[in-house]
Design a protein around this ligand. Structure first.
Ligand SMILES: *[C@@H]1O[C@H](CO)[C@@H](O)[C@H](O)[C@H]1NC(C)=O
Ligand SMILES: *[C@@H]1O[C@H](CO)[C@@H](O)[C@H](O)[C@H]1NC(C)=O
Ligand SMILES: *[C@@H]1O[C@H](CO)[C@@H](O)[C@H](O)[C@H]1NC(C)=O
Ligand SMILES: *[C@@H]1O[C@H](CO)[C@@H](O)[C@H](O)[C@H]1NC(C)=O
Ligand SMILES: *[C@@H]1O[C@H](CO)[C@@H](O)[C@H](O)[C@H]1NC(C)=O
Ligand SMILES: *[C@@H]1O[C@H](CO)[C@@H](O)[C@H](O)[C@H]1NC(C)=O
Ligand SMILES: *[C@@H]1O[C@H](CO)[C@@H](O)[C@H](O)[C@H]1NC(C)=O
Ligand SMILES: *[C@@H]1O[C@H](CO)[C@@H](O)[C@H](O)[C@H]1NC(C)=O
Ligand SMILES: *[C@@H]1O[C@H](CO)[C@@H](O)[C@H](O)[C@H]1NC(C)=O
Ligand SMILES: *[C@@H]1O[C@H](CO)[C@@H](O)[C@H](O)[C@H]1NC(C)=O
Ligand SMILES: *[C@@H]1O[C@H](CO)[C@@H](O)[C@H](O)[C@H]1NC(C)=O
Ligand SMILES: [Cu+2]
Length: 583
């Protein structure tokens, strides 16, 4: 009897552990990111911030679709956890790589590192970014992530340029987090400045002492501008003096060209647009054109600038950059429903029709003001502090208390209250309606909603309550695009408490098994509870490998443990699964 068990055990364990890869010095990650917390000057303001390789934004990462790559992320901080999320990428099949703390993985403890294995599915070429998913870290701990096509992009252009937008706050991440979660509640303060490519002026008058972003261009060329909304809070309206744009990509998907004179970019959104520069003749004697940006939907308006700087090959002398004394451009007020029902995919995208929809889930969001201030989704909040362990880990632990109950969830409009998770079966076609409603004090806000895991088909937005038939009429003769972050607007600034007041709707084919999040991308709102967790597929769909192979992923790092560990440190080489070999 004993020997049978021994044979069974060794027969089971030995090959299993042998198939783990030791990431010792012979393992060379494709990219390395080192995360520190340091004092840095952003836009003339000194602040203690979380940085990637010592800078904000962090270094650009560039990969090709079809590749599988390893990115090592070192948490060099003394006292803070870390995860890294690859915003917009669909990485089903690589279950512990999505970087959501307490959803798909344990955070990386201080002085540990984690090797993220990422696969860039064909068809995903486009503009993304990476950012920490912990507390307020993403205000500075982020950087561009570009996926290139293996062959040629579908549009011709000469070169690329980046417009990476980020916020600067006076208070530190820790002060902001503490205030937002305190009773009485303390607000973070408004943004102190929106930077372009890490440059700009925080809350002071422009006077040249603080560098503006200068984006160098040459006459007579076509540029692909990549816009990345890495702001924490700011919904940004932005335009180029004397130049229009043609949008060709939204959130990693190519679109038919759409002409526009301005951009409106919320936290988490990305776009590409073509910009054709003027010829020497058209330039006449002007080599510098303002890029003007303004925040929207906040009590204070921040206005900032960058410069589109032409080279002087036309024989004109470039003047020094003088701050405009009055704004050169008039940017539009919030354009409600910007691009909705208008933007079209470049190629057919299998849009799920209303007939195909198997279930509608409405998430009503509401702010509860009662000393503390929290955001609720169908009456409940979700933050990292809620689950005892990450949902993916709980599934391996067979922790019945942590597994969402599908029947309960369906009976309760989509959410299982006990685990506060939204489970769905593979093959379902969901219609997800995010419904804005008046706060307990009547307030309303705007929210950039972001979906992890798979791109959704955006079916628009509107005032009041969602009306299926009315929206179906509006969708006629449109071709919805796939997105991962779209805006829930407000159509008035206050209303009756609890009254439906604006909606955003999506359709989603549930194909990617895993634990994914859908949340507002305003970092303050996330900390205040505006997040949901979705579990796609049954445990048998999600748990592709049995224990003990995944054991190293199941405990928060550090300490002695009987099994190999997937998190490494200065004295311990992690033992990891190479998921690409298993699929
Ligand atoms: C980040 O810094 C590390 C060393 O500090 C370096 O090895 C790595 O290449 C840098 N990463 C990028 C993407 O530049
Ligand atoms: C950052 O600056 C603050 C305020 O000047 C100072 O108290 C703190 O010690 C500095 N921290 C580091 C890590 O240099
Ligand atoms: C880091 O994460 C672990 C696991 O979730 C948690 O127990 C711990 O309190 C966190 N540490 C900090 C400093 O937030
Ligand atoms: C940030 O601090 C500066 C300098 O003290 C102050 O002028 C500004 O009003 C502050 N901004 C915010 C949004 O709190
Ligand atoms: C301009 O910059 C100087 C040098 O940093 C600073 O002392 C001054 O206060 C700034 N002026 C304004 C109006 O912001
Ligand atoms: C930009 O487009 C607007 C119409 O959308 C047009 O009125 C304007 O002349 C265009 N400007 C340039 C520089 O092409
Ligand atoms: C924006 O809205 C304000 C207030 O309704 C109005 O006064 C202003 O003219 C509007 N600006 C533009 C550019 O439409
Ligand atoms: C305030 O509202 C939150 C969210 O509904 C709730 O958890 C908390 O108990 C309430 N606090 C008080 C003092 O009513
Ligand atoms: C789930 O929680 C919400 C909000 O607290 C409540 O309204 C609802 O009745 C609960 N549903 C179930 C099935 O417990
Ligand atoms: C949205 O609907 C409310 C209630 O019907 C109305 O008061 C408000 O003017 C509408 N807002 C817009 C922008 O249409
Ligand atoms: C490094 O990791 C190993 C395995 O988790 C752990 O036993 C050890 O205590 C860690 N060392 C340090 C310095 O944290
Ligand atoms: Cu929000």
């Amino acid at each position: 009897m004993f020997s049978i068990i021994l044979v069974l055990l060794t027969g089971f364990l030995t090959p299993a552990i042998a198939k783990l890869h030791v990431h010792d010095s012979t393992f060379v990650p494709d990219k390395i990111l080192r995360i520190t917390a340091e004092n840095i000057t952003h836009g003339c303001l000194s602040r203690y911030s979380v940085l990637v390789n010592g800078t904000a934004p962090g270094p650009e990462l560039r990969f090709e679709e079809g590749q599988t790559r390893w990115i090592r992320v070192y948490n060099d901080m003394e006292d803070m956890n870390l995860t890294m999320h690859w915003h917009g990428l669909s990485i089903a099949g690589y279950p512990f790589s999505d970087g959501t703390p307490q959803a798909s993985q344990w955070p990386i403890p201080p002085k540990y590192y984690f090797d993220y294995e990422l696969h860039f599915q064909p068809g995903q070429a486009g503009t993304y970014f990476y950012h920490s998913h912990i507390n307020f870290q993403a205000v500075s701990c982020s950087g561009p992530l570009i996926i290139e096509e293996r062959t040629k992009p579908p549009y011709d252009y000469d070169e690329e340029r980046m417009v990476y937008l980020s916020d600067v706050f006076n208070l530190t991440d820790g002060q902001i987090f503490d205030g937002l979660t305190a009773n009485p509640f303390v607000w973070s303060g408004e943004t102190n400045g929106v930077l372009i490519n890490g440059k700009g002026v925080a809350n002071t008058v422009l006077n040249g002492s603080c560098d503006l972003a200068a984006i160098a261009v040459q006459p007579g060329k076509t540029y692909r501008f990549r816009f990345i909304g890495a702001t924490a809070l700011s919904l940004v309206s932005l335009a180029f003096e004397g130049h229009n744009l043609s949008i060709i990509e939204a959130d990693g998907g190519y679109t038919k060209p759409l002409h526009t004179s301005f951009m409106q970019i919320g936290p988490g959104q990305r776009f590409s647009a073509l910009l054709t520069t003027k010829t020497c003749e058209e330039l006449q004697d002007k080599l510098r054109y303002w890029i003007q940006l303004e925040t929207r939907e906040r009590p204070a308006l921040y206005r900032g600038y960058g410069v589109l700087a032409y080279s002087d090959e036309c024989g004109i002398q470039a003047p020094s950059t003088q701050a405009p004394s009055t704004p050169p451009l008039t940017l539009p007020n919030t354009s409600l429903g910007w691009l909705d029902y208008e933007l079209q995919p470049l190629s057919p995208n299998l849009f799920p029709t209303l007939k195909e929809v198997t279930r509608r889930v409405t998430i009503t969001v509401q702010q509860i003001v009662n000393g503390s201030i929290t955001w609720t989704e169908n009456g409940l909040s979700w933050t990292e502090a809620f689950p005892r362990m990450p949902y993916l880990v709980a599934m391996y632990e067979h922790d019945k208390n942590a597994l969402p109950n599908y029947a309960d969830a369906v009976a309760n409009g989509g959410m299982d209250n006990r685990t506060r998770a939204f489970p769905a079966k593979l093959g379902e076609v969901l219609e997800i309606v995010i419904q804005n409603s008046g706060a307990t004090n009547g307030g309303l806000d705007v929210h950039p909603f972001h979906a992890h895991g798979a791109h959704i088909w955006d079916i628009g937005s509107g005032n009041g309550s969602y009306d299926v038939q009315a929206n179906e009429e509006r969708l006629k003769s449109t071709n919805p695009v796939r997105r991962d972050t779209t805006m829930l607007y407000r159509y008035e600034t206050t209303t009756t408490p609890g009254k439906d007041s604006g909606w955003r709707a999506w359709r989603l084919r549930v194909t990617e098994a895993g634990v994914w999040m859908i949340h507002c991308h305003t970092l303050q709102h996330m900390i205040m509870g505006m997040q949901t967790v979705w579990v796609f597929g049954d445990p048998s769909d999600i748990l592709k490998l049995p224990r003990p192979r995944v054991e190293g992923y199941l405990t928060y790092g550090g300490g002695e443990r009987p099994f190999p560990c997937a998190y490494g440190n200065a004295t311990y080489d992690p033992k990891m699964i190479h998921w690409d070999e298993e699929l």
